[in-house]
Design a protein around this ligand. Structure first.
Ligand code: ADP
Length: 230
């Protein structure tokens, strides 16, 4: 069984490496081409500078997202964390952008605290990614609802949007490195989300209906409120 896990890891790393090479080679090829054109051109080169600049930004975006993935994470996932204020902060942050797109973010919770073992910045990253994807999917505006529940063992957080939704095939591809349908997407967001949740010993479930919307449900192992322990 260990062998299988090892080979799965290699395949994943190989897949990722191939994707990175491809994604970074495209803008590099384009930069190279436009630099050559600029050298041989006696026309105004402002337009070429713009393209080169945006291609460099794209490389920077991809590299930044990959750095998040490459950080040693497991050892930070060790402190009791209350998920509620994290959700509160992330929602407040995202509301600034959502208002501009006619999107309302509703926080629907009856819980007063939801404790898990985790790392605050990574958890923020998860909910920022989910809310951002929800917003990107809602061209015409609408409501995103964040709901929390819990039972004896688990904390559940769901993010529901009224966006474009996905077909079964698209849901299947979600999380594959560099799978994106967005012009400026990297296709790394959901892979990072899954990776963080996995490091927190949790899981994520997707329910999606084309033209109706998507519900992402994150499940994380619950712990007792720290002051209740001992
Ligand atoms: P990116 O956002 O850079 O495209 P992701 O890995 O976060 O990368 O998402 C991959 C793709 O999955 C998106 O391009 C989009 O097509 C689809 N997707 C993700 N979240 C949603 C959502 N809430 N609604 C509809 N499609 C989504």
């Amino acid at each position: 069984e260990e062998h299988m896990m090892q080979s799965e890891k290699l395949t994943m790393a190989g897949q990722l490496a191939a994707g990175i090479a491809h994604e970074i080679r495209n803008p590099l090829t384009s930069i190279n081409g436009f630099m050559k054109l600029m050298r041989s051109s006696n026309r105004n080169t402002d337009y070429y500078y713009d393209i080169i600049e945006s291609e460099l930004k794209r490389i920077e975006l991809i590299v930044n997202e990959l750095l998040v993935l490459s950080k040693p994470q497991a050892k930070h996932v060790s402190k009791p964390v209350n998920v509620l204020p994290i959700l509160d902060q992330v929602i407040t942050l995202m509301k600034v952008q959502s208002a501009l797109k006619d999107i309302e973010i509703v926080f629907d919770t009856d819980d007063t605290s939801l404790w898990i073992i985790g790392e605050i910045n990574q958890l923020k990253q998860v909910f920022i990614n989910l809310l951002k994807n929800g917003m990107d999917a809602m061209e015409a505006g609408g409501t995103i609802t964040v709901t929390t529940y819990s039972n004896e063992q688990e904390v559940l957080i769901s993010v529901r949007d009224e966006g474009s939704g996905m077909t079964a095939e698209q849901v299947q591809r979600l999380g594959q490195p560099f799978y994106t349908t967005k012009e400026t997407g990297t296709g790394l967001g959901f892979m990072i989300t899954q990776n963080i949740i996995h490091n927190h010993r949790g899981s994520i479930q997707i329910e999606s209906t084309p033209n109706q919307g998507t519900i992402f449900t994150v499940k994380l192992p619950k712990i007792k409120k720290p002051e209740d322990i001992e």
